[in-house]
Design a protein around this ligand. Structure first.
Ligand code: WTA
Length: 653
């Protein structure tokens, strides 16, 4: 975020108190804050008992004897899928719709809780027959179709571990994730629908496994795109294997700390981190926050979170939170503007969506198209709006409330991360007086502090670095296979032997009322359309191309996507004259997309002859960011060669 927008953010004075009718029926109550304050651990133990069915009740809430490795509810046992499925059927809600699925071409499928339970049971039996059991890793590479949810829950039901890889990632990214987790099985589809076309997925899996040297034994393929696929010995059709399996499957109980999933996310180095989440604590916080932050009344609400299941938001707020709460939800496969720019609003009207959760980047793109498009649909069912992924600017907040929320729906701006597993900072609808642009307050039971560089708490109003000061139930349990990186990345900056503090990598300002305003990442992680990308990872992709000698990548402010990837490259001398800068740029943009995935494709690639470096050889990305954002270049006195920025700026004029 630029210093300009921070200033305007902090001068935001508009306030929106909850309306009395909303407060009257709201799920959350101020008592939650009081109870959590009086006894934080007892508060979470109560939530775990209230939210979940335990096969064996736990007696221990938190074991923090070996920080930063936490155990929550460790002597309890449960089955995560049972909590999301069977128990709702047993409670008499088998006929309630769990999923209203809408395919991009307009085909639909409705699954009740009873139907979803049988589908997951069949899939669990089929996976067990393929040798999948407790602790085995299964990679899932699917479009947003019901089978994605079914596959995740079937893996969870068996006590196995899923690693969902977003369908937009490349074969290479898929392979590195398969290898890192030693996955035994890949579940994919022939293809999925996106922007009016089938995009093939199976060829990427084939390419990822082409050398037959991975740990993968089978590939289970869902038929969705009806596109032709190549068939290998290890491949099996989902409809053949799963349909013939029995719909009876008894859910076995596993320990609360049984691993549930690994989800890879970008860090500050080139290698993505496999964030590990476990069962009991994760499900407690995902379901508790889903219910209270969105004011969920499962018997009457229709909830819709637009995230892809390939991201943490899809895990916690499409799959685990809503299903554990017995919610009815919409699941949509495609893009917001296919076949017309009002598709999302049409879906809201069609299903009577009451709670809607999306990202600021989407809101800004709708703002740009104008309010006539949403105004053409009946959105009067909406009563709660949510935002996630990046700071929401007050203008977008106000537009969201006025145009989508009829000027009255409370907006919850939810701050959290892949690592935190569930929402950490958010207003509670019906309780909090809302401030546009601020994520506001830690949810009950969560301890957040804003620290200065020296580790002491800043005096509000002031900015600093955001830390979580006490362990929380849905916290990551580690980085898959790399306990040292886990300790270094998150716990080394501010922890003392007496007090372990989790450093989130975000800057934040705390105002005089104690409300928190997120200011973006303080490390080499970019946020493009709410997705995390690592500058280093893109730099390594660029230098892996034979024409590139050196590369530097920055996240430049972008009106639409929050940040955009901008790369500066030096070509190898033998190639420098062989192509025009335009040709090189086109080539390299495509190269990054194929190495990592289309989301990482740079907005611009500038060919330069030098990069600004300090005397110790560190690239000064801050200066390149100035250039990329069209600003006057800042302080260059620490550069080894102070003329270099002039050369770069002149060249790009
Ligand atoms: C950013 C997404 C401001 C933040 C759930 C964080 C936000 C990173 C917000 C995590 C928000 C997420 N306001 N910033 N409401 N929500 N972020 O792991 O920088 O994909 O560290 O998790 O997104 O991204 P991740």
């Amino acid at each position: 975020m630029t210093s300009n927008s921070i200033d305007s953010l902090l001068h935001e004075e508009r306030r929106f108190p909850p309306s009395p009718d909303f407060t009257e029926g709201s799920v959350a109550s101020p008592a939650l804050y009081e109870q959590a304050k009086a006894d934080r651990l007892a508060f979470w133990a109560d939530r775990a008992r209230e939210q979940l069915h335990w096969h064996t009740p736990f007696t221990q809430t938190l074991d923090w004897s070996n920080p930063p490795f936490a155990k929550w509810f460790a002597d309890g046992t449960l089955n995560v899928a049972y909590n999301c499925l069977d128990r709702h059927v047993l409670a008499g809600n088998g006929d309630r719709v769990a999923i209203h699925w809408e395919g991009e071409p307009g085909d639909t499928r409705t699954l009740t809780y009873a139907e979803l339970t049988s589908e997951v049971s069949k899939a669990a039996n089929a996976l067990a027959a393929l040798g999948i059991g407790q602790g085995d890793r299964v990679a899932i590479y699917l479009p947003v179709i019901p089978e994605a949810v079914i596959a995740m829950l079937a893996v969870a039901r068996l006590g196995a571990v899923h690693s969902v890889v977003f369908g937009g990632f490349s074969a290479e990214s898929l392979r590195s994730r398969i290898d890192d987790a030693s996955a035994k099985l890949v579940i994919t589809a022939d293809g999925g629908w996106r922007k009016g076309k089938v995009f093939p997925l199976k060829p990427a899996v084939d390419a990822a496994l082409a050398d037959n040297a991975s740990t993968v034994e089978h590939v289970l393929v869902v038929r969705r795109g009806e596109n032709d696929v190549q068939w290998n010995e290890r491949d099996l059709w989902w409809h053949e294997v799963v349909s013939s399996a029995s719909a009876e499957h008894e859910a076995e109980a596993f320990e609360a700390e049984n691993p549930l999933f690994i989800l890879y996310t970008s860090g500050t180095t080139g290698k993505p981190k496999g964030i590990l989440h476990t069962s009991g604590g994760y499900l407690t916080q995902a379901s508790f926050t889903h219910k209270n932050v969105f004011d969920l009344h499962p018997e009457k609400d229709v909830y819709w979170c637009t995230a892809d299941v390939g991201w943490i938001t899809g895990h916690s707020y499409v799959v685990y939170g809503p299903l554990a709460n017995g919610a009815t939800q919409v699941l949509y496969e495609g893009t917001p503007d296919t076949p017309h720019p009002g598709r999302w609003w049409e879906i809201i009207e069609k299903y009577g969506v009451t709670i809607f959760y999306t990202a600021p980047t989407a809101i800004r793109s709708f703002m740009k198209l104008g309010r006539e498009i949403p105004d053409g649909f009946d959105l009067s069912s909406i009563r709660v709006l949510g935002s996630v992924g990046e700071p929401i600017n007050p203008e977008a907040w106000i537009w969201y409330r006025d145009v989508i929320g009829a000027g009255k729906a409370p907006i919850v701006d939810t701050w959290w991360q892949t690592e935190t597993g569930a929402i950490m900072i958010s207003a509670l609808p019906g309780i909090t007086t809302l401030k546009p642009g601020s994520a506001q307050v830690p949810i009950p039971g969560i301890k957040i502090d804003i620290l200065g560089e020296d580790g002491t708490r800043v005096d509000p109003p002031q900015g600093g670095l955001l830390v979580v000061s006490e362990p929380w139930p849905s916290m990551l349990r580690g980085i898959w296979g790399d306990p040292e990186r886990f300790a270094d990345t998150y716990w080394s900056r501010f922890s003392t032997p007496e007090a372990y503090k989790y450093f989130a990598g975000d800057g934040a300002h705390v105002d005089a009322d104690g409300d928190i305003w997120l200011l973006g990442r303080v490390d080499d992680v970019m946020n493009v359309s709410g997705h995390r990308l690592s500058t280093t990872e893109i730099e390594s992709a660029l230098v892996s191309h034979p024409i590139v000698a050196e590369a530097a990548v920055v996240g430049a402010a972008d009106e639409q996507t929050g940040q955009a990837v901008v790369a500066f490259v030096i070509l190898r001398s033998e190639h420098a004259d062989a192509q025009t800068p335009d040709e090189a740029s086109t080539l390299l943009r495509a190269h990054v997309a194929s190495a990592i995935g289309a989301i990482a494709r740079p907005r611009q690639v500038f060919v330069v002859t030098e990069l600004p470096k300090t005397r110790s050889g560190k690239i000064m990305r801050r200066l390149l960011q100035d250039v990329a954002e069209g600003r006057e270049v800042g302080d260059t006195t620490t550069l080894a060669d102070t003329a270099v920025m002039q050369i770069i700026s002149d060249k790009l004029k």
